[in-house]
Design a protein around this ligand. Structure first.
Ligand SMILES: Cc1cc2nc3c(=O)[nH]c(=O)nc-3n(C[C@H](O)[C@H](O)[C@H](O)COP(=O)(O)OP(=O)(O)OC[C@H]3O[C@@H](n4cnc5c(N)ncnc54)[C@H](O)[C@@H]3O)c2cc1C
Length: 288
């Protein structure tokens, strides 16, 4: 439980952090809230030579609305999201998801950028950002680029971020119209992480038909994913119970389900279907 020795430097700006990353390359790791990296270092699963602390870069911590766009800085903590009045009003999916993450200490220190960059297959944020069709902004030596959330998680603990890049912001359009959102999670009884977590964001038109649907699922497979077949079964439909059940049956279409000592692949598939149906039912009831 004691990490290898390492150097430490606190970056004062994003530019300084990018330049330090460029200098130290694979010897370096960014330190945000430290709630995934430090445990990994103590177990010697990660052994960086140098930590570049980005937690003091104030410019990376914000929640802003610009027109219809919502922007969340990478260093925004889980608690800042949980307690944001703006998000509770325009995108309650995020405030609800935040309440499911770890405990008070974890939420006070851990950041949305750190969680997304870490890409734990059982983390909660990936499902929510996929359901919102968010974009991840990566800052690199050549400037910024954006990556769609459903293309960001590429494999177990792996993202589309390239060497030398820093996740700088999450952005999405605030959903409009008769919006219903929900995050449902089956918690692992020991770790609290998602055995399966399902995020839903949908909107209804004036006649009650589904205008748009976003469904992100975490925990079920090595990487969080968009449940495209569920979304397709909802779009344009009147969202009665039997439609929701039929849509939820597609929750793991084309997915290689995770299997471990706690939950077999078959059990996870079952949970994904049940929790998708529950999240859809709740989202529809909130949209009315
Ligand atoms: C007891 C406990 C319970 C937890 N329960 C849950 C839970 O229920 N659900 C859940 O989703 N999570 C849970 N977590 C994880 C927690 O949410 C972490 O805060 C989060 O996964 C990582 O965020 P961090 O800011 O702490 O990142 P760090 O640990 O500092 O960094 C994680 C990784 O991301 C990299 N990184 C960090 N920021 C950036 C960036 N801006 N750009 C590029 N790379 C970056 C780091 O180099 C490192 O490799 C739990 C953690 C603990 C300790």
């Amino acid at each position: 439980m004691i990490p290898n020795s390492f150097d430490y430097v606190a970056a004062k700006s994003l530019d300084e952090a990018l330049s330090l990353l460029g200098k130290h390359k694979e010897d370096a790791r960014l330190l945000a809230g430290g709630h995934s990296l430090i445990p990994a270092m103590k177990l010697r699963l990660a052994q960086p030579q140098i930590l570049i602390d980005i937690s003091r870069i104030k410019d990376l911590s914000y929640i802003r609305q610009e027109g219809n766009g919502i922007r969340i800085g990478a260093m925004t903590t889980h608690y800042q999201i949980e307690s944001s009045d703006l998000l509770r009003r325009v995108c309650p999916l995020l405030t609800e998801t935040a309440t499911h993450l770890g405990d008070v200490q974890v939420r006070n220190k851990g950041t949305i950028g750190g969680s997304l960059a870490h890409a734990d297959p059982a983390a909660d944020w990936p499902a929510a950002v996929i359901a919102l069709d968010a974009e991840i902004v990566a800052a690199g030596p050549k400037g910024d680029r954006t990556i769609k959330a459903d293309k960001f998680f590429t494999a177990l603990f792996t993202t589309a971020l390239e060497a030398g890049e820093i996740l700088r912001e999450v952005r999405f359009n605030a959903p409009t119209g008769r919006v219903g959102q929900c995050y449902k999670k089956f918690r692992h009884p020991a770790s609290g992480f998602a055995v399966v977590g399902v995020a839903v964001s949908l909107s209804l038109d004036g006649s009650g038909k589904c205008q748009s649907a976003g469904v992100g699922i975490t925990g079920a497979s090595p990487k969080a994913y968009r449940a495209g077949a569920v979304e397709n079964a909802l779009k344009g439909a009147t969202l009665e119970d039997k439609t929701l059940s039929a849509a939820a049956a597609h929750a793991t279409d084309g997915v290689d389900a995770n299997s471990d000592l706690f939950a077999s692949g078959e059990y996870r598939r079952h949970l994904a279907e049940v929790y998708t149906r529950r999240a859809l039912e709740m989202a529809v009831s909130r949209a009315k």
